[in-house]
Ligand binder design. Structure first.
Ligand SMILES: CC(C)=CC(=O)SCCNC(=O)CCNC(=O)[C@H](O)C(C)(C)COP(=O)(O)OP(=O)(O)OC[C@H]1O[C@@H](n2cnc3c(N)ncnc32)[C@H](O)[C@@H]1OP(=O)(O)O
Length: 258
């Protein structure tokens, strides 16, 4: 499938999507979002792929939704097209793990897309922010919600009300990113982490992802019950038998993704 705004590759069992609008700092125009959804559909359907890495350039993961494209939208345009929900949330419905490998700017919709992924690996030059307030609007792709859950009210409120950016070190301290990596090593490290995930049992990885995500939608008691049910269900997987047998026999497991 020809893509104009992203580059789509496979690296073994890992799907790699690179946002590719360098002249606009990977601003997230509608065409890019549509292509991103198509690429995720393809990776989701590909039985060889066990994890996905989403990245941008060294200067920008993405500098937000495309301001020039949306500046003249009316309320009715936005409402009728369900602007932002439409297409963007495909990332959150992907059942395979997606790692955001973020270098440079992750602003507005760029920050929001990174937070829709399962976790963020940040280059040491990464900058996260929700600067929508500076252009007369507010985050519309989950920024006020996901950022608040990730870093707490004080930092999220300050960032959304002032547009202040957070650098990689602060983002790591605040729990927004899982790790900070030298920019030159970011992609290799993200691919290595994705490859490790892809080497695990695919259904069990999906169960783990589903269970962690449930923590954001439920009470602790309900969440623990849900986890227990999923945990029990792993005992119906051939891969649980193989994984535990391999441990007992001091050998590497050979998962069949069953
Ligand atoms: C999801 C929702 C609901 C909302 C949003 O995401 S709103 C957008 C939030 N993001 C922003 O407000 C950031 C806008 N960009 C910037 O502030 C700056 O570009 C920068 C700080 C990220 C980088 O500044 P720098 O001086 O290094 O680069 P520029 O000359 O400003 O940009 C280069 C080139 O890219 C175009 N650009 C950058 N960001 C966007 C964007 N979000 N939408 C459209 N175009 C963007 C910028 O206009 C310039 O292109 P031209 O030289 O052709 O104008």
């Amino acid at each position: 499938m020809p893509y104009e705004n992203i580059i789509v590759e496979t690296r073994g069992q890992v799907g790699l999507i690179t946002l590719n609008r360098p002249k606009a700092l990977n601003a997230l125009c509608a065409a890019l979002i549509k292509e991103l959804g198509q690429a995720l559909d393809a990776f989701e359907a590909d039985g060889e792929i066990g994890a996905v890495v989403l990245t941008g350039s060294e200067k920008a993961f993405a500098a937000g939704a495309d301001i020039k494209e949306m500046q003249s939208k009316t309320y009715m345009d936005a409402y009728l097209a369900d602007f932002i929900t439409n297409g963007w949330e495909r990332i959150t419905t992907c059942r395979k793990p997606i790692i955001a490998a973020v270098a440079g700017y992750a602003l507005g919709g760029g920050c929001e897309v990174s937070m829709m992924c399962d976790f963020i690996l940040a280059a040491d030059n990464a900058k996260f922010g929700q600067p929508e307030i500076t252009i007369g609007t507010i985050p519309g792709a989950g920024g006020t919600q996901r950022l608040t859950r990730a870093v707490g009210k004080a930092k999220a409120m300050e960032m959304c009300l002032t547009g202040r950016m957070m650098d990689a070190a602060e983002a790591e301290r605040a729990g927004l990113v899982s790790r900070v990596i030298p920019a030159a090593d970011l992609l290799d490290e993200a691919l290595k982490v994705a490859d490790r995930i892809a080497s695990m049992s695919r259904p069990v990885v999906m169960l783990a992802k589903e269970s962690v995500n449930a923590a954001f939608e439920t009470t602790l008691t309900q969440g623990i019950k849900f986890e227990r049910r999923l945990f029990h269900s792993t005992f119906a997987c051939e891969d649980q038998k193989e994984g535990m047998a391999a441990f007992a026999e001091k050998r590497s497991p050979v998962f069949k993704n069953r």
